[in-house]
Write a protein that binds this ligand. Structure first.
Ligand code: GCU
Length: 338
């Protein structure tokens, strides 16, 4: 809270809006917030963006990256991006559903049948562009997606071998109604909180476990406390880079082209770094004495698949998007069998 107040004070002060670049000229600061560490693939992608923008528009823009929730948790920084206090933030798709319900679709458990399915859908502009533009009324739009791997359960004491093992356990979920409902269907007790609070909550036994990709064990040190990681593979939830709409619309067409190029660079560099980072995280986690468990995924799937129809019934506008996603999956299976 203290951290957030501090950033509020800094951002409210107009003297911080421009950075001096000598001879009385000033550059516009482009602030980007995220909640990962400096060595995480997301930060590596953003550094490549900073370099590209400053190489091409460095006389006008000074890109500044704020990692580690320095400007607040994702929910806070999406709000700061809406108002224009900051220009960009990286937000998990999970929390974006409370800003526009269209984002619920990518929070559905077992939506994607493989990494290839996930990437093909997220790279398909006919599916993604309308979603990315859909939040204009909320003051922001999405400009890129980032890989956040596959989410799995991990726990302090009790290994999760089947959904039954989740009964009675308090499991941290992201602040999203879909995720809370998903945990209910799995049989665990959902405890929503921001990412930065999870380590202490695990350590102090406020929660019994959490769910995330492997990097949470190492980059966020959750593996120091949690010794069991179960590959039940319930979600592939992308991270989404969102930008303040007024800022984006205020760019000249040449600047916008350069920024668009920069957004593609974030995705490309982040994705290249992702695969090896996960492999490294698994090795490091083993050294931290984390045991990896491979349960029967079908048993987990059965529990939560009813959520698909529940969400589609509640938000009918998702149906055509959902159908397109299914179609991409089926086409990939047909291709493979040829
Ligand atoms: C992943 C994801 C983050 C998200 C976090 C979480 O690390 O990349 O964007 O905030 O999960 O569980 O909150």
């Amino acid at each position: 809270m203290k951290k957030f107040l501090l950033s509020f004070i800094i951002l409210s002060s107009s003297s911080f809006l421009l950075s001096s670049c000598g001879k009385g000229e000033s550059k516009e600061i482009v602030r980007i917030s995220h909640n990962q560490s400096a060595t995480h693939p997301t930060n590596i992608g953003l550094i490549a963006f900073e370099k590209y923008i400053e190489e091409n528009l460095g006389d006008k823009y000074d890109v500044q990256i704020f990692p580690n929730e320095l400007l607040g948790s994702q929910v806070n920084t999406v709000e700061l991006t809406q108002t224009g206090a900051i220009n960009f933030t990286v937000a998990s798709n999970a929390i974006l559903e409370s800003f526009d319900d269209i984002y619920q679709v990518f929070n559905l458990p077992y939506l994607f049948t493989s990494k290839e399915h996930y990437h093909t859908v997220m790279d398909d502009s006919s599916i993604i562009d309308p979603i990315f533009k859909s939040t204009a009324k909320s003051g922001f739009e999405a400009v890129a997606w980032l890989d956040a791997g596959t989410r799995n359960f991990y726990t302090v004491k009790k290994p999760i071998e089947s959904p039954k093992d989740l009964e009675g356990l308090k499991i941290r979920v992201q602040q999203s109604a879909s995720n809370i409902r998903m945990m209910e269907l799995f049989g665990g007790s959902a405890t929503p909180m921001g990412f930065g609070e999870v380590y202490t909550a695990l350590q102090q036994s406020v929660i019994d476990g959490a769910e995330n990709n492997e990097l949470a064990l190492t980059s966020n040190k959750h593996g120091e406390v949690c010794k069991y990681y179960s590959y039940n593979m319930h979600q592939m939830v992308p991270d989404i880079v969102i930008g303040n709409l007024k800022f984006l619309e205020g760019l000249s067409s040449n600047e916008r082209d350069i920024f668009n190029q920069g957004f593609q660079i974030i995705s490309k560099v982040q994705r290249e770094a992702w695969g090896s980072s996960v492999e490294k995280a698994i090795e490091q986690a083993k050294e931290m004495n984390v045991t990896f468990i491979y349960p029967d995924v079908l048993a987990f799937q059965e529990k939560v698949l009813p959520l698909h129809n529940e969400v589609l019934a509640g938000t009918p506008k998702l149906k055509p998007i959902y159908d397109s996603i299914q179609k991409v999956g089926k086409n990939l299976i047909v291709e493979e069998s040829k």
